[in-house]
Design a protein around this ligand. Structure first.
Ligand code: UD1
Length: 431
């Protein structure tokens, strides 16, 4: 049944909140688990619909999957299929990462193209070129990528752009390849480092992850064992709470975070006037008693400002003092929150990939609709700071990436509930 959030805004967020494991990491660790027949136990797994989709994908391929709270047990003793069908892959682009793992383990794979996506075109050409460089023969037809390789051999691969997904797919295929693979202009995101650390725990030989050059020395299949591994904290979830705290002029301490992964955000939030202090090695406190000031943002690959936080940051800046300029360079269609924020009283002008945000004194609650995961997070931040009541529809987008969003925010003093959208109501009819 369709549901909506009802938020009575205006309360500053105060208190402590624990950050969950990273969605963008755990999905790839689950794909990587296909490389070994041994048992893998993942801890700190967030309860998210995207994780459920990945469980379905790898179970379809023959991996045994079970879950107990935030622990997932995986065992790909034997893979019973090398084909990931459209019905599953089209639900979530990250499932395309099984391509590299299947190719590495089985020498063949047939994976549906992830298809279009509401935030932009998001090609897979770099994934394909990388796997071809390792010796795979790849055909794309009828909406599927079919890859075959008698034996994958290490190669030097220079990525045109530091694609996260392409870096991961190549890493996974290279783990069991013969010889060494060097990925230059690799993505440096913390989730790449987490994947490398996980692979090394299994017995792989991956070096340089977290820098622009990753070297994977291929190992024999029998070198890979099982592992127990804890997923890295979610820097995007953590940053969303930091931004919500600043937008509501609050005082929040985050636990289970890696502050170094949050550097680009901490820097920007300090620029707008927030005070951020390290309370303990994995805890961070943010305070912002005054109205934040405007700033400028350009989205870039890590360690630049993440595209996934552009919309939440825009929501914060709608009530900052002054004019902010936001430039989106990663995706061509990632300003879908603008129309909804304007319905709440924000002053935003968009020209191509640039948005100019003129801070207003306050937003006013309205009924709005989440168009994608991070646009949805932006609307939550807007609703928390707005005067009056905000209703957010299309919550399935938020369920993809924020574990226990309502209880976490309410424990910080928010006034927010999740309720069914009533049958025959005008809002239901519009869905
Ligand atoms: C991952 C993240 C996503 C984040 C993005 C960029 C996951 C599950 N998702 O997505 O939240 O927004 O990184 O930080 O981890 N591109 C090509 N050809 C390719 C591959 C990518 O042109 O073969 C382009 C894309 O269209 C996009 C850009 O490269 O414009 C970045 O994409 P990429 O880094 O691959 O993002 P994802 O791995 O899909």
């Amino acid at each position: 049944m369709a549901e909506k959030f009802v938020i009575h805004g205006g309360q500053p967020l105060r208190g402590d909140v624990a950050i969950s494991g990273a969605k963008n990491s755990v999905l790839k660790l689950m794909a990587a688990s296909l490389l070994t027949p041994a048992e893998i136990i993942l801890n700190n797994v967030p309860s998210l619909s995207d994780v459920d989709v990945m469980k379905d994908v790898i179970a379809y391929l023959g991996c045994e999957v079970s879950q107990n709270d935030n622990t997932v047990q995986l065992r790909a003793r034997e893979l019973t299929s090398v084909e990931a069908p459209y019905e599953l892959v089209s639900k979530m682009r990250a499932s395309f990462t099984v391509l590299g793992a299947l190719l590495g383990r089985c020498g063949e794979a047939k994976v549906s193209l992830p298809g279009g996506c509401s935030i932009g075109k998001r090609g897979v050409d770099l994934h394909v070129k990388g796997l071809e460089a390792l010796g795979a023969e790849i055909e794309i037809n009828h909406g599927y990528v079919s890859a075959k390789a008698k034996a994958l051999t290490g190669a030097e691969i220079l990525l045109d752009i530091p694609s996260v997904g392409a870096t991961e797919n190549i890493m996974l295929a290279a783990v069991l390849a013969k010889g060494s693979t060097v990925i230059s202009n690799a993505a440096q995101e913390p989730e790449i480092l987490d994947l490398a650390n996980f692979l090394n725990t299994l017995g792989a030989d991956v070096n340089g992850a977290g820098t622009t050059e990753i070297v994977i020395n291929g190992v024999k299949p029998e070198s890979l064992t099982g592992a127990t591994y804890s997923v890295v904290p979610d820097r995007i979830e953590a940053s969303t709470y930091l931004m919500a705290a600043v937008a509501t002029h609050g005082d929040v301490t985050l636990h289970n975070v890696f502050a170094t992964h949050l550097s680009p955000i901490i820097y920007k939030l300090q620029e707008v006037g927030a005070e951020i202090t390290t309370v303990s090695p994995n805890s961070l406190r943010v305070q912002c008693p005054e109205r934040p000031k405007a700033t400028n943002i350009v989205t870039l690959p890590y360690p630049g400002f993440p595209t996934d936080l552009q919309a939440p940051m825009m929501a914060l800046l709608t009530t900052a003092e002054g004019v902010s300029i936001i430039k989106e360079t990663i995706y061509e269609n990632r300003f879908k929150q603008i129309g909804e924020l304007k319905r709440m009283g924000a002053e935003i002008q968009q020209e191509g990939n640039v948005a100019v945000v003129t801070g207003v004194e306050a937003l006013s609650g309205a009924q709005v609709r989440a168009s994608d995961l991070r646009a949805g997070a932006a609307l939550v931040i807007a609703g928390l700071q707005a005067h009056g009541t905000t209703e957010i529809l299309d919550l399935h987008h938020l369920d993809r990436g924020y574990e226990a969003l309502v209880p976490k925010l309410n424990s910080l003093g928010a006034d927010m509930i999740r309720v069914p959208v009533e049958e025959d109501s005008p809002e239901k009819a519009a869905i």
